[in-house]
Design a binder for this molecule. Structure first.
Ligand code: RNT
Ligand code: ZN
Length: 427
């Protein structure tokens, strides 16, 4: 355990190094205090499903639908109370504004079997009470996977009864998200992702997409109440078992979202391995009302590794900040790693993303634009290079200190303690 004196000395050191860093940034016209505030105020919607390997509370046999959580690190949350306790503990180690994103799988029905097309806000009462008590706003996701009726497709399914079941689930989910939005004084994002696709080369790519279009029209037939519910649609290039075709592709949802005025979700792991979404943000924002970004990390065929402070992430953060319209860009995390401590996975991913935003707010945007607008592109490039080695770490430490969260890797010790006291007994 650190003594009070150690803590004070550490804080003193952070302040001292920060004062030098502040001057270094000020030389380029950047106010680091403002950058810390701006980066801390961006709400990051943390995904509940990292806490239990996307298992949920339905007693599911396993994850299906083109996604897979691999690993069996001990300590998975087994119910709502454990998941909430773990999340709260993770929050204490993560600086800045946080939201929490639920899936329909996480309904709490008191042991009653409630079909997904019958889910209602009452089944998320515990979550809503918790969210109000902790002042953590909620987002929502219908769950179109890990279900006996999802194996032959959901909203694209050729069987009308199955399709209708999932359409009802889509509508039920919008109601739940609307209840969140109405209760929490901040809209709730309801993000639709479906796994429908084909392992091998399809003969008919059109019909499933036609059915998807019609199903979405039905789901969205009730107008979303502005400021309460934000609908988004998430595309994917391929999944496990849907390598050749995914009906809900980027082009499909971009077209749908732009023509119908619905939000678009881009997951950083859902494109070709070398394709990044940084360039797509300004391009799509001209045509869709809002974006949801799922920060994830693709590695080879997996789209869901823990988010890190990668060049990819930094580019996307910079683009988001440059758009300067936070109301239209919703930020969320989406990954699941069952091979490491799940709380650490939350902390690593969220802290890395917050770092990305801090770096973006520290960019000398005015200087770069000025160089660009006056044709001095050598200067633009030189400044971009220069900024890579400014004392960014000192500003990040100060952000963590101001938020009352551990500085540096100081949080690892508490995770180790929590593992011993809270997680060890879970079998
Ligand atoms: C899957 C999508 C989707 C899910 C979660 C569980 O490829 O990214 O967002 O990961 O909804
Ligand atoms: Zn995603």
């Amino acid at each position: 355990m650190e003594s009070r004196n150690d803590t004070e000395t550490a804080a003193f050191a952070v302040e001292k190094v920060y004062s030098l860093a502040k001057a270094a940034y000020a030389a380029f016209g950047i106010d680091t205090d403002n950058a810390i505030k701006a980066a801390s105020n961006i709400p990051i919607s943390i995904h509940c499903w990292q806490g239990d390997d996307v298992t949920g509370f339905e007693g599911a046999a396993g994850l299906s639908g083109g996604i897979l959580a691999t690993g069996n690190y001990p300590g998975r949350a087994r119910n709502g109370d454990e998941l909430r306790a773990d999340a709260e503990f993770a929050f204490s180690l993560i600086p800045g504004e946080k939201r929490f994103s639920l899936h329909a799988l996480y309904a709490e029905t008191d042991g009653k079997k409630v079909q997904r097309d019958e889910l209602a806000p009452e089944h998320f009462k515990k979550w809503m009470d918790w969210s109000a008590a902790k002042k953590i706003n909620l987002d929502f996701n219908p769950s179109f996977f890990s279900h006996p009726l999802s194996h032959a497709g959901t909203l694209c399914c050729a069987d009308k009864n199955t399709r209708d079941f999932w359409i009802r689930h889509g509508k039920a989910s919008r109601n739940i998200a609307s209840a969140f939005g109405a209760n929490q004084g901040s809209h709730a994002v309801n993000n639709i992702w479906i796994p429908d696709g084909s392992k091998d080369i399809p003969a008919d790519r059109l019909s499933p997409r036609q059915r998807l279009l019609d199903a979405l029209d039905e789901i969205f037939s009730a107008k979303a109440s502005a400021g309460v519910l934000t609908d988004t649609l998430e595309s994917k290039l391929f999944g496990i078992g849907s390598e050749s075709y995914v009906a809900g592709s980027h082009e499909f949802y971009l077209g749908y979202a732009a023509s119908k005025g619905i939000g678009l979700c881009m997951d950083t792991g859902h494109f070709h391995p070398t394709e990044t979404i940084a360039d797509k943000i300004s391009a799509t924002l001209l045509f869709v009302p809002s974006l949801l970004i799922h920060f994830s990390r693709g590695i080879r065929w997996d789209s869901d590794h823990v988010t890190i402070f990668s060049d990819d992430l930094r580019d996307v953060c910079r683009e988001i900040v440059r758009q300067n319209c936070p109301q239209r860009i919703n930020i969320a995390l989406d990954y699941f790693d069952a091979s490491i401590n799940r709380i650490a996975a939350w902390v690593i991913g969220t802290r890395s993303l917050r770092k990305g935003f801090l770096e973006a707010f520290l960019e000398p945007a005015a200087l770069l634009r000025d160089a660009e607008n006056s044709g001095r592109n050598h200067e633009r490039l030189a400044l971009m290079e220069e900024f890579k080695t400014l004392p960014f770490g000192a500003v990040w430490d100060k952000l963590c200190l101001d938020a009352g969260t551990p500085v540096g890797s100081g949080w690892l010790g508490s995770v180790g303690e929590y593992e011993k006291t809270a997680l060890a007994g879970r079998k």
